[in-house]
Design a protein around this ligand. Structure first.
Ligand SMILES: [Zn+2]
Length: 199
């Protein structure tokens, strides 16, 4: 039987509750990883969920990624996203990613070998270092994004359907338009291209 390993070094804050549906008012001040793991097992005690309350980086991040069948990025900053992507490329592990900003949601999936990685899409330093708390987030969208990430993770794990490899699902909630755009691999990507760390 598989298990979820939930990593987060942050604590639940009142300002999170508008969008982070795993947490509740009585979890304020507690470790987010613990709060989220308890939310999972409260719904279904048959699911194994382990909380990792330290900030995963360096060797610890590489080990956790290498030990996982699929990685789901639910982070809110580019530095962590780049580190997670590099670890997934190096360990050749599939990565499911979602991002929310204001009224927009993006979901995609990555895998090693001929497909783009996260770094192919975004150049380090080019993106503004915006986080959810600075830009504003439509409250329901992260839950939608998380559910879509779960859909992609199930497809990756089971081999069913066509995961969003090389494609970016863009949801514009303001006009409620969904579109999927093809994302090419960057032949000069410093992370996944030939000669890069993940080659
Ligand atoms: Zn790349």
């Amino acid at each position: 039987m598989g298990e979820l390993r939930i990593a987060d070094d942050d604590a639940v804050d009142l300002s999170n509750l508008q969008r982070q549906i795993a947490h509740r008012d009585d979890g304020i001040g507690r470790a987010k990883a613990v709060s989220a793991a308890e939310a999972v097992t409260a719904r279904n005690p048959g699911v194994r969920a382990e909380a990792l309350t330290e900030r995963l980086q360096g060797e610890a991040l590489e080990q956790e990624v290498a030990g996982a069948d699929v990685i789901i990025d639910a982070t809110d900053n580019f530095a962590t996203r780049f580190a997670l992507n590099a670890a997934c490329v190096a360990a050749r592990r599939p990565l499911v990613s979602a991002a929310v900003i204001r009224w927009a949601l993006q979901v995609t999936a990555f895998r090693a070998g001929g497909q783009p990685c996260y770094r192919c899409l975004y150049a380090e330093g080019d993106e503004p270092q915006l986080s959810c708390s600075e830009t504003g987030i439509l409250g329901p969208l992260p839950g939608v994004g998380g559910s879509l990430e779960a859909v992609e993770a199930i497809k990756v794990l089971t081999g069913a359907g066509d995961p969003l490899y090389g494609r970016l699902l863009v949801v514009d909630a303001l006009d409620m338009r969904l579109r999927t755009v093809n994302v090419p691999a960057d032949p000069s990507c410093p992370v996944c291209a030939a000669g890069g760390a993940g080659a």
